[in-house]
Every structure is written in structure tokens, then in C-alpha cells.
Design a protein around this ligand. Structure first.
Ligand SMILES: *Cc1c(COP(=O)(O)O)cnc(C)c1O
Length: 384
């Protein structure tokens, strides 16, 4: 048995979601942009329904939903789209100097950091703030970094490695006071913890289907009305010209269904997985020499990230891999040591000897027991 405990890398597509998608591949294959005959109108209605499902789950309205190929594309559209729109707007003499600076955190996902670095090379100065020892943003430092020259702040709702949940109400208030746009990468948070664009005053929000028991290859950017955004994919008038390309109706339907299912069991799932996660930590902590990464008080309920002192990371993971599917960092930075753990002050060796557990909907008490036994045996073997 291989216990899959890497749900931050991806989640299995829910069978009910697969069922919801099924007719849209074969029988109902019409292009929703065709509009002249009934099957196309039905496809357009299915897209509209998915927009409604996505919007309802995230405290938004349907016209705010732009479907993308995933959170990576949503982040690129948000960050590059806002910057390009700011360039186009320019500034009149009465408007003062233009806002160009971008602010973010060192702990962001590469799908945010890489577009930001690209924009920095194209004339948008970038400030990357450090994180505290538990992975949290320092709000005072953040407030100081925001100012009249800042165009946008990008902060993830929940971290993909250490599960730290951002204090979004406080962050949004700082942005509002300074007239700074707020983008939020919510790939790890949507469908897992409460998240409402309306309550939190987030301007742009990215989500990913395959992180919330939906299909891979679909995500969305939600954009508050009035936020200037320049399209980054040109080639058609789909989605009000903001994202050209024929909509993948089955995937769109799948994203809507996945979010609806995720919202239906979100609270119960969070509670159950929180208990299992705590059991996992208690079962491991007794081994000694283990440290928990991140902030246990503000953490995704299904995340546990630990560092094992004094063992070789490669050997540790070799001893785990046949029993449990876990990782030492983000799936997207393959091989290179985790920059998030480095920002917490972990050395290269410590980062390599770290284990990220991501529990999920199907995780059982037996799998947690297996994980505890496997890690225990591996550490005993390596320390002997
Ligand atoms: C997985 C992930 C992404 C990338 O999402 P894709 O849909 O795979 O492009 C971006 N940001 C975070 C925080 C993620 O966890």
C-alpha cells in the first residue's frame, strides 16, 4: 500500500466531478461561442452555470470569473495584465507619479515569483519581503513597503509547503488604505478554508482545479469589477476578450462541480483532517529531534511540515517512498531546496531532511498510522 499524502502537489479528481464532466466530451461537444444552434447555447449555459458555482464558492459574482488553464496562467494574467493596463493608462499631470512598484513575499509560489521577476526586468521595481520564523508576514514591515508608488501586492492565501494561512483581512485593509491592488494566489486555500472576495476586499484571486479535487488543466482568475486588466492571450473574443481561446467546456464544468463539492464537505473535511494531522504530529513528535515548520496556529488543517534533525534527506526520503507519497518541498521546484524552508532559516541539509505531508479527502486513520510507523522506522534506521 502506498498512502498518498501529497495533496498539496495535486488531488485526485472526485468521481462525481468526472461524472459531471462526462457528457461534455462526447454528446455535448458544441462550441459555446457558436451561439446559433441549440447545442452551442447549452454549452454556453453550462459555462455560465460553472461561473456561478465558482463565484458562489468564493464570494464573487459570475461575471468576475475568467477561466484559465490553471493557477499559473491565472497568476500570469493577473500580474502581467495589471501592469500592462497601468502602462496603457499612463498618468496625466494631475495624477501624480505613476504607481509601478510590485510587492510580494519570498515565500510565494514560483507561479507568482517568476512572473514578478519577469515584470521587474521590464521596468516594474519589485520588493520581496522576508517572512518571520513561523512563515508569517510582518504586517508592520508590509505597511512600510506599501506606498503611493506601489501598484500591486501579491500574497498567497495559504502556503503550498508549510500551510501558513495569511492574515488576509489585515493585509486587505493595508492595501485599501494605500490604494494598492491586492492579488491573492488561492490555489491551496480555495475549497479548503473560508475565503470570500467580498468580505476580504481582494481585487484579483487565482484558483486551480486540480488542487481542489477537480480536473487538471483548468483554473480561474476572479477579477473585481473596475480593476484594469489587459489580456495576455490574444486570438478571439471569448470571455469578453480577456482570455482568448475556445473554452474547454468539460474542464470548466468540472471546475464548477469540484468547487461545489468542495464547499459542501469543506468544514467536515477540515475538522476530520485536522484531527488526523494532529495525530500524525503527536505520533512523530515523540521520536525526538523533529521540528515543525510553519505556524501551527495559522495553518491549513491538512498540512504538516517537519524537519528531521541530523539525518540525510535523500536517504530519509528513499526509506519513505515505497510506503508514503510525500515530498520535501514544492512539486514545482523539483530537486532544488525549498526557498520557503530557507526563508525560515533552514539549512540546505535541513530543508532536504524535511517532510511535507498533505492530507486529503480520502486519507484514512490507517494511512496516518502507516505514515507514523514508516517515518519512525526510517529515522530509527538512519540514526542507528
Ligand atoms: C499548484 C499551485 C500553483 C499552480 O497551479 P496550476 O494550476 O498547477 O498551474 C500556483 N500557486 C500555488 C500556491 C499552488 O499550490
Amino acid at each position: 500500500m502506498l498512502a498518498y499524502l501529497d495533496h498539496h502537489a495535486t488531488t485526485p479528481c472526485d468521481p462525481a466531478v468526472v461524472d459531471a464532466m462526462a457528457p461534455w466530451w462526447t454528446e455535448q461537444f458544441a462550441n459555446p461561442a457558436s451561439r446559433l444552434y441549440r447545442p452551442a447555447l447549452e454549452a454556453a449555459a453550462a459555462v455560465a452555470m460553472a461561473q456561478g458555482q465558482v463565484a458562489r464558492a468564493l464570494g464573487a459574482s459570475p461575471e468576475m470569473v475568467i477561466f484559465t488553464s490553471g493557477a499559473t496562467e491565472a497568476n500570469n494574467l493577473a500580474l502581467k495584465g495589471v501592469c500592462e493596463a497601468a502602462l496603457q493608462a499612463g498618468t496625466g499631470p494631475s495624477q501624480g507619479p505613476p504607481r509601478r512598484r510590485l510587492v510580494s513575499l519570498v515565500s510565494e509560489h514560483r507561479a507568482v515569483l517568476d512572473p514578478l521577476a519577469y515584470l521587474e526586468r521590464h521596468g516594474f521595481p519589485l520588493t520581496l519581503l522576508p517572512i518571520g520564523p513561523k512563515g508569517q508576514v510582518n504586517l508592520e514591515q508590509l505597511d512600510q513597503a506599501l506606498g503611493p508608488d506601489v501598484l500591486l501586492l501579491s500574497v498567497m492565501a495559504a502556503n503550498n509547503e508549510i500551510g501558513v494561512v495569511a492574515p488576509l483581512p489585515a493585509i486587505a485593509a493595508l492595501c485599501k488604505a494605500q490604494g494598492v491592488l491586492l492579488h491573492c494566489d488561492a490555489a491551496q486555500a480555495a475549497g479548503h478554508i473560508p475565503l470570500s472576495m467580498a468580505d476580504l476586499e481582494i481585487d484579483l484571486l487565482s484558483i486551480s482545479g486540480h488542487k481542489l479535487y477537480g480536473p487538471k488543466g483548468i483554473g480561474a482568475l476572479l477579477v473585481r469589477p473596475g480593476v484594469p486588466l489587459a489580456p495576455q492571450l490574444h486570438g478571439g473574443n471569448q470571455q469578453d476578450g480577456l482570455r482568448a481561446g475556445t473554452l474547454p467546456v468539460p474542464l470548466v464544468v468540472g471546475l464548477g462541480a469540484a468547487l461545489e463539492h468542495a464547499m459542501a464537505d469543506r468544514e467536515a473535511r477540515a475538522q476530520r483532517l485536522g484531527v488526523l494531522r494532529d495525530q500524525l504530529w503527536e505520533g512523530l513528535a515523540g521520536l525526538g529531534g523533529l521540528e515543525r515548520n510553519g505556524d501551527p496556529q495559522a495553518c491549513l488543517p491538512h498540512n504538516l511540515n517537519i524537519t528531521v534533525a541530523g539525518v540525510d534527506g535523500t536517504q530519509l526520503h528513499q526509506r519513505l517512498r515505497r510506503q508514503i507519497a510525500v515530498s520535501s518541498g514544492s512539486a514545482c521546484s523539483q530537486g532544488s531546496p525549498s526557498p520557503v524552508l530557507a526563508a525560515l532559516g533552514r539549512t540546505r541539509q535541513e530543508a532536504a531532511a524535511s517532510i511535507r505531508f498533505g492530507l486529503g479527502r480520502a486519507t484514512s486513520a490507517e494511512e496516518i498510522a502507516l505514515a507514523i510507523a514508516t517515518v519512525r522506522e526510517a529515522i530509527h534506521g538512519l540514526r542507528a
